[in-house]
Write a protein that binds this ligand. Sequence first.
Ligand code: NAD
Length: 370
Amino acid sequence: MSRVHLTSRRRFIGQLSTAATAVALAPALRASKSVSRASGERPLGVALLGLGSYSTYQLGPALRETKWCRLTAVITGTPAKGRRWLKEHDLPPGSAYNYDTMERIADNPEIDIVYVVTPPGTHRDFVLRAARAHKHVICEKPMAPSVQECDEMIAACRAAGRKLGIGYRLEYDPFHVEMERFVRDPKFGRLQRMSGAHAFRIGGRSWRVDKSLAGGGPLPDVGIYVIQAACRAAGDIAPIAVTAQEGKKERPELFSDVEESMRWTMEFPGGVVCEGFTSYNADGNRFRAESAKEWVELSPAFSYSGLRGRSSRGEIEFAPFNQQAAQMDDFARCILENRETPVPGEMGRRDIAIMEAIYRAAATGERVTL
Ligand code: NAD
């Protein structure tokens, strides 16, 4: 059973313990920024590595809204994309690197953080290279295809004295913060059951169905959100055992390398159970936690925006919130304040260990302990 940095998360939740304070977070950050600016702190520079859809449609726009970090460079395999980003984001010439020349970022003091946004099978190498260039690193989820790679990434950042965070944007989303607060409330009683599904219908062939690049199918890509939510609601702990069944393939030609769908059960200490489902050939986006007398549910639960929540006490409502901006700003604040990120490499590793156990359980039909 592992406990991942509950202290830093508690500190963050402390700021968000009610809907009203959650909505008030942005002004609070702005106020603290002006105070710290007076003491000479500057927003940190971010280099986005991998300019695919998540960078283009989420992280790039979010970096226009961050208070504590700003886009200062891009690292890409496609020079034309790099030139387009420099123009669109008003970056100076020379701030686009390619994968072969990225070691030169070591000489650019405008880059504090490298944000790795490429397929998971490439994360380890890019994280190691960024750490060797003495940069802090945010690595997108899933952290890597194997625990062994996660260990190498954690060790490299530690050896370089740099922070490693995972792109777990929902850590900051007010609905998820509220769900955690609700489940912790003594009036909720003892958590007994959880269930969650994250699934979508994938179009055609891409790295997402290539095991060496993706690390698996929907489980590491979107099922990981159910794993995350369950560990969080259970008290920031890993399950003690899992069982799993891979679903029958309706499109075997597309899913020759990876699972098309997966059902699994996570057993937490004290008899708490979570039923999970993920698929690339179905729809699903919900999470629910129950005690004997109360319940709380998010549906949709894992989207970038438009989340909805209900509980045994009524509707849960929050103002629109930029998850990615909050996530990157908090990582920057962790660097500036030299504190632990609530979404460290160790948490990414925990989830990959659970994923590996689920694959083992599905392959053997046995209950796998962690
Ligand atoms: P994408 O396919 O749109 O983009 C991937 C980028 O990586 C492309 O620019 C591609 O050129 C580059 N790349 C570098 N090396 C590559 C290689 N060997 N093979 C293929 N492409 C390579 O994918 P995406 O949706 O932007 O996902 C990128 C990462 O972000 C993944 O780890 C994914 O899980 C993660 N992601 C996270 C979220 C989130 O909500 N946190 C959402 C979407 C994607």
